[in-house]
Design a protein around this ligand. Structure first.
Ligand SMILES: Nc1ncnc2c1ncn2[C@@H]1O[C@H](COP(=O)(O)OP(=O)(O)OP(=O)(O)O)[C@@H](O)[C@H]1O
Ligand SMILES: [Mg+2]
Length: 305
């Protein structure tokens, strides 16, 4: 069975700028499976919002194939099952949070009875239970983001598409949104979100795709990417005479010696040391891992070269 909620194949998009057309998406392909949290990562201007607008049916594309729930984005079947938080959502600020959700719900044809049940539930989920009675004008950035997510959730969508839900928030605000995203996954939902805040993506994504200049340059499960990111190992020793460390890449930190090496050399280094000295202690052998941030900087550096 095909478990893909989103399928994009050789998707290309250009915009007309003056008399010329500028290519913005260069034949990108990706699939999003049910119940996964997918982080769409890339620097400013990479093409994240353009892709998201295509996935939500707000923009047309030049060529390629895009399916959301097996149909073209924008078709009723896809729209009904998709909740969307735009990059710059527009709120009617004179309304209260409650009234705003009521307004959207009515636009979708929900009746009063359904809304009376649904809105308090949503306000609870996004932790705006009390604030729901206040005017949106008085909301903080984090609260705006949360009412925007409540808005996206009003029809209990299978798929949530969030354009930069974490941007502009403080650490607490980010944690709240991350928790919300995670709760949706636990409820069997699929989440596609864009971000350039990499450490946040690292904590919640099953898979990430990195887009740069309109091309997807990396895509995969986070644990595979994490494996790729082990750059070297550290062997930490105590009670060892520095004379036996000749030829090794090491530093002395306090009363400990830290040797940096490749995985395949660990065993021979230790054997060698045990031959020369037998009363030292191994404190720790641990991999040195790139953070997603370092990895990203590395990829961008390679691409710019
Ligand atoms: N309607 C448009 N007409 C012309 N160019 C556009 C249009 N919309 C976007 N672009 C260009 O397409 C490129 C990608 O824009 P997009 O908004 O998709 O990037 P992004 O990855 O979402 O960036 P950000 O992180 O800043 O939100 C940019 O160079 C942008 O200037
Ligand atoms: Mg954008």
């Amino acid at each position: 069975m095909n478990n893909d909620i989103i399928e994009a194949k050789s998707l290309a998009k250009s915009f007309r700028i003056g008399l010329k057309r500028k290519k913005i998406l260069h034949s990108i392909s990706f699939n999003i499976e049910k119940e996964e949290i997918f982080g769409f990562l890339g620097p400013n201007g990479a093409g994240k919002t353009t892709t998201i607008k295509i996935l939500t049916g707000l923009l047309n594309y030049d060529s390629g194939e895009v399916k959301v729930f097996g149909v073209k984005p924008g078709e009723k079947e896809a729209r009904k099952k998709t909740g969307f938080l735009p990059e710059q959502p527009y709120f009617y600020e004179h309304l209260t949070g409650y009234e705003f959700l009521e307004f959207t719900g009515k636009l979708y044809g929900m009746d009063n009875k359904a809304l009376k049940k649904k809105i308090p539930e949503l306000l609870e989920i996004v932790r705006l239970k009390d604030a729901g009675r206040k005017r949106i004008r008085t909301y903080s950035r984090g609260m705006l983001q949360r009412i925007g997510i409540a808005n996206a959730l009003i029809r209990d969508p299978e798929l949530l598409i969030l354009d930069e839900p974490l941007t502009g928030l403080d650490p607490i605000g980010r944690k709240e949104i991350k928790d919300l995203i995670f709760e949706q996954k636990k409820r069997g939902k699929t989440v596609f979100f864009s971000s350039h805040i990499l450490p946040d993506a690292e904590q919640i994504c099953d898979r990430v795709g990195v887009i740069f200049n309109g091309k997807i340059i990396k895509i995969g499960p986070l644990n595979e990417i994490l494996k790729e990111r082990i750059t070297s190992y550290e062997i930490i020793l105590r009670n060892i005479n520095e004379n036996v460390l000749n030829g090794l890449n090491f530093v002395k930190i306090g009363n400990e010696i830290v040797i940096r090496t490749k995985e395949e050399d660990i065993e021979s280094i230790l054997r060698n040391l045990f031959e020369k000295s037998n009363d030292f202690k191994i404190v720790k052998i641990s991999p040195e891992v790139y953070t997603l941030e370092e990895w990203f900087v590395e990829i961008l550096k390679e691409k710019n070269e």
